[in-house]
Design a protein around this ligand. Structure first.
Ligand SMILES: O=C(O)C(=O)C[C@H](O)C(=O)CO
Ligand SMILES: [Zn+2]
Length: 299
């Protein structure tokens, strides 16, 4: 009990919200599986749930110390400029970083050092490091663009590239019989886009299927973030995390994201079908490098 009280107190002091001109950011430190074993519901949510996304007129970021991965969103009612944030200690956001964007709202334009990319619903954009000015715009503020953003440290510049959903690598997984029939759309991935360490894509569950990433897996070489969307009103997704024999759950609403440490499974079951965007970075760019867990061994 004493250690739980200590961890609660610790998290109050470690979770901070900072505000820059147009963007807000939070910093989350990494937690060991031993510490997480003792977390209660509130602490789990404070450390891993990202619930400030898609705020109208704002850019919001969460900087995680797992692989220094940033998760965020931009919802422009008027043009929003990507500004650097203090933890980067950089002149501009992409000085040593690369960025992936998937639009989950109305049509919009992302301007990258003067070049214009129009993003429709579920189009992706990769922006390489070294680009100084990124501006997010909506074509119609009554139906604004909703840019979901992931970013990882980058050692070199690779070309900026748009990837539409039609151009994604499509992988069909699961079946209706096991309630996990889904299409994985690999979008920002080797073969389509060259990146330093970022990979992103979008998985859509078929009607009647509710389980994502089952059988579950871990990949100790990469952390991952899941962002849930297309969850119908009054429905929810129960996201599972933790070591395979020590799992915990976090109930997720539409447009919330959850951080998965490298040692954790990341899988979910919904009260209806839904979509999620996955993004990851770390030691390698090998999507298939994962240790799959036997379903009956999960605890
Ligand atoms: O439904 C799935 O299975 C996924 O989409 C898995 C993710 O792509 C993933 O976790 C990649 O590591
Ligand atoms: Zn994974």
């Amino acid at each position: 009990m004493q250690s739980i009280a200590f961890l609660k107190l610790f998290s109050i002091f470690t979770k901070k919200t900072y505000i820059t001109m147009a963007s807000k950011y939070q910093v989350r430190y990494a937690s060991s599986p031993k510490a997480v074993k003792l977390y209660d519901t509130q602490q789990l949510r404070e450390e891993f749930l990202i619930d400030n996304l898609m705020e109208e007129g704002k850019i919001n970021f969460t900087y995680s110390h797992y692989d220094r991965y940033i998760t965020g969103s931009a919802v422009p009612l008027e043009p929003l400029k990507l500004e650097t944030i203090d933890p980067l200690k950089a002149q501009y956001f992409l000085e040593r970083r690369e960025l992936g964007i998937i639009n989950v709202g109305g049509i919009g334009i992302v301007e990258v050092d003067g070049a214009i990319y129009e993003l429709d619903l579920k189009d992706a954009l990769y922006i390489g490091s070294g680009n100084k000015e990124v501006i997010f715009k909506s074509n119609d503020i009554k139906n604004p663009a909703k840019y979901y953003i992931n970013s990882a440290p980058a050692h070199t510049n690779y070309p900026t590239k748009k990837v539409s959903k039609a151009e994604a690598n499509k992988i069909e997984l699961g079946s209706l019989e096991t309630a996990n029939h889904r299409t994985v759309n690999q979008m920002i991935i080797g073969g389509i886009v060259t990146t330093c360490q970022l990979q992103m894509g979008m998985t859509e569950l078929k009607t009647g299927s509710v389980w994502n990433t089952m059988p579950a897996h871990v990949h100790d070489r990469r952390m991952e973030v899941y962002f849930y969307l297309d969850i119908p009103e009054n429905q929810a997704v129960c996201h599972f995390m933790g070591e395979p024999q020590e799992t915990r759950h976090i109930w997720m609403s539409n447009h919330q994201a959850v951080i998965s440490p490298p040692w954790s499974i990341h899988s979910g079951s919904g009260t209806s079908n839904y979509t999620f965007i996955w993004g990851m970075a770390g030691e390698n760019l090998d999507y298939g490098d994962m240790d799959v867990c036997k379903i009956t061994d999960l605890r």
